[in-house]
Design a protein around this ligand. Sequence first.
Ligand SMILES: CC(C)(COP(=O)(O)OP(=O)(O)OC[C@H]1O[C@@H](n2cnc3c(N)ncnc32)[C@H](O)[C@@H]1OP(=O)(O)O)[C@@H](O)C(=O)NCCC(=O)NCCS
Length: 200
Amino acid sequence: MQDIKCYFMPAADPPPMDRPLVRKGKAVSLGIHEREEIPAMYREFAGADVQKFLGRPDRLYYLESEYDWYDRLRKDDRSRVMAVLLNPDVAGVNSSYRLIGNVGIHGIHPVNRTAELGYLLFRDYWGKGYATEAVSLAVDYAFETLNLRKLFARVFAPNGASAAVLAKNGFVSAGRLSGQLYIKSHGYVDEVYYELFRNH
Ligand SMILES: CC(C)(COP(=O)(O)OP(=O)(O)OC[C@H]1O[C@@H](n2cnc3c(N)ncnc32)[C@H](O)[C@@H]1OP(=O)(O)O)[C@@H](O)C(=O)NCCC(=O)NCCS
């Protein structure tokens, strides 16, 4: 009779899955957002510093709405919002990829082959070149993977850091709407448009 071996070993817990990466950079990478990190993003992004130069500084942010945002995001083929992750060797000993913000390619237009770029980082990680690298990875993804032809971004005129991030990635100013946006700290400010064409 054939010797039949049966293995009824209890299944061990699977090892934690590495987060899928979309692009790997020197200090930061772009990866897929995970639902569990919504509360951390909510706490970081709801702050006045981060919201000051974003589209709706008047908004009140509710944690539940962020889950709704995440659920819409997963199904929205016209957007790619990616986690900005600090690479393990930069994050420190025994660290894995650490979430520090996000970068989004919004309103992907299949005929025009255009989209709008947006980005924001947690306050503690500003001023270290991370947004510049994250934008460069997102630009590469937009042009090389999505095969887009052109990206644009809108910036509140006093947001010097954001304008610098775009300029360092080759975006040029394409015009401005005067006194277009109201911010409590500045009054009515211009909205500046930036654009970047794929060069091949
Ligand atoms: C905009 C933002 C993403 C920049 O992130 P960051 O990691 O600080 O950006 P980087 O460090 O890559 O580059 C910032 C550059 O701006 C420069 N900068 C900072 N403040 C500046 C200012 N007020 N005026 C001009 N340049 C400024 C820095 O010197 C740096 O340039 P350098 O590397 O040549 O010295 C970050 O401030 C943020 O998340 N802000 C809130 C959300 C937001 O405004 N998003 C953009 C919406 S359009």
